[in-house]
Design a protein around this ligand. Structure first.
Ligand code: ADP
Ligand code: MG
Ligand code: ZN
Length: 418
């Protein structure tokens, strides 16, 4: 920003009003201030924004943030302006005059942060203009968009390697909540990060207890699970189809639970009413397809149950992550059976996706199955998938009820001896 050489702690406290850095924020900021590239993997809500906002305010020049969604940019800019940070967005939603003002402010070094859509950097004219501005850093938010491995692939992100070619001296941070190994590789290669330091943290949700059971009689299993909980608990039961969502809600109502369905086939008003009750009343169980979730941040969801397999560990992590936002003990409970696997495989094979995409989806499903069938600590397996780590947690089903490894030799000897 315009005022150079402020210390990160000062900026954090005086500009943002926060007391201390969280997790790896301080280390990341320190690394960027030394001029290094970084790949920052943190779950949603982990605090990625400060990792580039603070160093942009500490270093001379403007911090350039590349972000895929215009709506997100507007929110961020507004929040920053409220902190007194000089931030602006430059995207297709602006009138010509507004855009000109932003460009002028950049040229005169008046901005701390500017948010751009990636398309902007396809213009050689604009890149040349950037070359005349003092630059603090580049932040590439939602950096997984560079990868075809995810579902948010954006071709314009693949052109962002131009930044390393044109501005090799300006530090770059790539940030995302998606951290599996193939995406990580694509980000480093696609963005041509230079000897980036990898920061992975915050994926553990220690208050969530994970358990996965073989699907035998799913209704009885769910009923037993619910019977062990307080009727005041709010929860979500994910099902694979709209039809099953409705049937499950009806059945739960018959058992005396307050269950409400949610899927994209319901009227908007019904969906809103059900979601409202879930937020306001105690003890509501939402039965839902994956349509339920975007923007759900009810803090006291006590359990997330899966009657059917999600399609990947990312999806599982996201869906179960809606439990226990308040930090209190919560459960992620799932039953899975062979027929689920067959169903998911058929989805993949019957889709119109290109063969390369199908291969990716098969691998993701395999990783999920590995998680279901593991005899190791489930939390460890989940975190390792995201490149994060933890000690055996003592809280998941495999930790609490270790599976005896089957001794084949002894069994064989016994069988032979009688
Ligand atoms: P992400 O981009 O990783 O999803 P954000 O950067 O939007 O997360 O941060 C999520 C929330 O956490 C924001 O409300 C932010 O103000 C808050 N936050 C981040 N870092 C800190 C911190 N060090 N102290 C207090 N609040 C923080
Ligand atoms: Mg973010
Ligand atoms: Zn465990």
């Amino acid at each position: 920003g315009p005022l150079d050489s402020r210390l990160p702690e000062e900026v954090l406290q005086n500009v943002f009003g926060f007391e201390s850095f969280r997790g790896q924020q301080a280390e990341i900021i320190d690394h960027v201030l030394k001029g290094g590239d970084a790949l920052v993997l943190m779950p949603t809500g982990g605090g990625k924004s400060l990792c580039y906002q603070v160093p942009a305010l500490c270093r001379p020049g403007v911090g350039v943030v590349i972000s895929p969604l215009i709506a997100l940019m507007a929110d961020q800019v507004q929040a920053l302006n409220q902190y007194g940070v000089k931030a602006a967005a430059l995207n297709s939603s602006l009138e010509r005059d507004e855009a000109r003002e932003v460009v002028q402010a950049m040229a005169q070094g008046e901005l701390d942060l500017v948010y751009l859509s990636p398309e902007r950097l396809s213009s050689q004219g604009f890149l040349d203009f950037l070359g005349t501005c003092p630059l603090a850093l580049f932040a590439i938010d939602e950096a997984h968009c560079v990868s075809q491995w995810g579902h948010d692939f954006r071709p314009e992100y693949q052109k962002l390697n131009i930044l390393s070619r044109m501005f090799p001296q300006v530090p770059r941070l790539a940030l995302t909540a998606t951290a599996d190994e193939p995406t990580r590789l694509d980000m480093v290669q696609g963005l041509e990060l230079m000897e980036p330091r990898l920061f992975i943290s915050g994926f553990d949700r220690p208050n969530i207890q994970y358990s996965v059971k073989a699907k035998l009689n799913q209704r009885k299993q769910l009923a037993d699970f619910l019977a062990g909980r307080s009727p005041r608990d709010s929860g979500i039961v994910y099902c694979i189809s709209r039809d099953k969502v409705e049937r499950t809600a009806e059945w739960l109502n018959q058992l005396g639970y307050k269950a409400l369905p949610y899927h994209a086939g319901l009227d908007k008003e019904v969906r809103r009413a059900n979601q409202d009750r879930f937020f306001k009343e105690e003890g509501i169980i939402i039965t839902a397809t994956i349509a339920f979730g975007m923007g759900i941040d009810k803090p006291d969801v006590r359990f997330v149950a899966h009657l059917d397999l999600p399609k990947s560990l990312e999806a599982y992590y996201q869906e179960t992550g809606r439990a226990g936002r308040d930090g209190l003990p919560s459960e992620a409970w799932m039953v899975y059976g062979l027929e689920d696997v067959v169903k998911q495989k058929m989805f993949i094979e019957n889709s119109n996706a290109a063969e390369k995409q199908k291969r990716i989806e098969r691998q993701k499903l395999d990783a999920l199955l590995g998680f279901c069938e593991t005899v190791r600590c489930r939390r460890q397996v989940l975190l390792e998938y995201f490149g994060d780590t933890c000690e055996p947690c003592g809280n998941c089903d495999t930790c609490r009820e270790p599976v005896e490894s089957f001794d084949g030799t002894e069994a064989a000897q016994k069988a032979l001896s009688c």
